[in-house]
Design a protein around this ligand. Sequence first.
Ligand code: 13P
Ligand code: SF4
Length: 332
Amino acid sequence: MNLVSTPEVDPTLDLVEEINRLRREKNAVILAHYYQAAEIQDIADFVGDSLDLSRKAAETDADVIVFCGVKFMAEVAKILSPNKTVVLPDLKAGCSLEDSCPPDEFRKFIDANPDHMVLSYINCSAAIKSMTDIIVTSSNAEHIVSSLPEDQKIIFAPDRHLGGYLSRKLGRDMLLWQGTCIVHELFSEKELIKLKAKHPDAPVAAHPECPDQIVQHADHVGSTSSILDFSIKSDADTIIVATEPGIIHQMEKAAPHKTFIGAPGADGNCNCNTCPYMALNTMQKLYTCLRDLGPEIDLDEETRVLAEKPLRRMLELSPTKGPSKDVSAIGE
Ligand code: 13P
Ligand code: SF4
């Protein structure tokens, strides 16, 4: 595979114009996650959370899916739409949760607990998905776990914080794989308490990838789409946002009169909470990726077929529609 990190691009090119021309020429759809840079979100055909983006990738009639997110998300697009060309601006855009769950070790863990159903958070490799019974995202996990019989034993991987949150909220005992997101782990409870004292009327919206000591201070816990929805609908004019700060772009567009403050890290500001993997995608790489139709996602067919089953199961079991909307309709 061809890894693209620093593409040579003519600095005089109008990248927006070129990307628009290429996407028409190649019948491509640009899907972007809320953690992408603002200019990438603005040029995308659709911006959403992991579940919304999976649905879009499964439904699209475009020939090419340009996935502006991280690699596991682009892999989901390829698993669900195997006949399409799926490209990612930078193949090095990984995820610490994916890295925390090596397939060989996970296989041993499953084999050691044979009477358990395996639920995996979508933030994992195709190999982990191929060993899973049902995939979940942060917007459907609660619904899916609740739909399982109460005596069903569950392995949950790889995010111990999302798993712990579900286990506490739903009163379910689950065997948790001990993976974490390096971005959400950086929020500081001490600094959050100080920030809340400065803004006593500001609710806190947190992603369930945050450790429990952050989630405990939250007025709303949910996926990126649900945090966005909460922030837009809340009566408060200031909201503290405990997730990757890329999402604040959509909040500011939808509710320009409100103030959104990123939850702080240990140094008292939130710059450390930018996802370094998401940040690898740039407008230059988006342009070269469309121009060259690469780097392309290429999966071993046996793994793809096995990984498709738990993803389809997730789509069947998910509530019919998440709160997010097409880019043009965000905030309506
Ligand atoms: P969402 O499904 O909420 O968008 O989360 C994806 C993710 O990677 C959060 O870190
Ligand atoms: Fe992975 Fe965390 Fe980045 Fe999300 S924010 S892609 S979980 S490293």
